[in-house]
Write a protein that binds this ligand. Structure first.
Ligand code: GDP
Ligand code: ADP
Length: 206
């Protein structure tokens, strides 16, 4: 299996909408610009400030379906009334160039990746509480009431599936969560595991 990806690596980051995935990844990419963050295709409309080709490839339903029909997506799923999917070619090229590629994707897509790329490292980001998750979703001010309701409804099912992932990280204090994700990706060879990191947060050994 490893020869398929040469020296590169596939990393999946999943978590309920509003938990802080985008915030964590933005900070992680600042610390580690060598990481490659996959740009997804979506049928969702751009939010204020989102740039086509940078945050997402914003597509019509017909354009998205064409990618599906042509087998151009590594995985895809419908989420809160929109479609999201990972374009295959850029990810495969990046990994074969030896890059560490991060997919920020929801639960159904993460399950597809688990089945097709079992060697991928899959991290689930948990909120401190559902109350805090709702607070963050509302505080972000980017989603309609209907979108918030759909995302919160889906969040319960996603959180219940957290144990399917190799590692769970609670995004309570942002700095702490970022440090933990960094240690999971780049375990310093000369340090013992941080006793503050719950056993479940360490990468599960096969
Ligand atoms: N399966 C899959 N999910 C994706 C992809 N890109 C984004 N998502 C997920 O779709 C969900 C909604 O994303 P978005 O509309 O940006 O909302 P946000 O997570 O609240 O910022 C999130 O859980 C994302 O992680 C993708 O390419 N494939
Ligand atoms: N650890 C944290 N504590 C408090 N607020 C946070 C934390 N992490 C993220 N946020 C805020 O929560 C909101 C959702 O974060 P975002 O990164 O958009 O989540 P996601 O990408 O998972 O949907 C944003 O307003 C962000 O600033």
């Amino acid at each position: 299996m490893q020869e398929r990806w040469s020296s590169g690596r596939l990393i999946v980051l999943t978590g309920p909408s509003g938990v802080g995935k985008g915030t964590l990844l933005k900070a992680l990419m600042t610390r580690h610009p060598e990481l490659y963050l996959s740009i997804s295709a979506t049928t969702r409309a751009p939010r204020p400030g989102e740039v086509d080709g940078q945050h997402y490839l914003f597509l019509s339903r017909a354009e998205f379906q064409a990618l599906v029909d042509q087998g151009e997506l590594l995985e895809w799923a419908e989420f809160a009334g929109n479609c999201y999917g990972t374009p295959r070619r850029p990810v495969e090229a990046a990994v074969q160039e030896g890059k560490w590629v991060i997919l920020e994707i929801e639960l159904e897509g993460a399950r597809q990746i688990r089945d097709t790329f079992p060697e991928a490292l899959r991290i689930f980001v948990l909120p401190p509480s559902l109350h805090e998750l709702e607070h963050r979703l509302r505080g972000r001010g980017q989603d309609s009431e209907e979108a918030i309701a759909r995302r919160l409804e889906r969040a319960r099912a996603e959180i219940n599936a957290a144990d399917e992932f190799d590692v769970q990280v609670v995004n309570d204090d942002l700095g702490l969560a970022l440090d933990r994700i960094e240690r999971i990706l780049f375990p310093a060879a000369d340090t013992l595991p941080d006793p503050a990191i719950a056993l479940s947060e360490r990468v599960k050994t096969p």
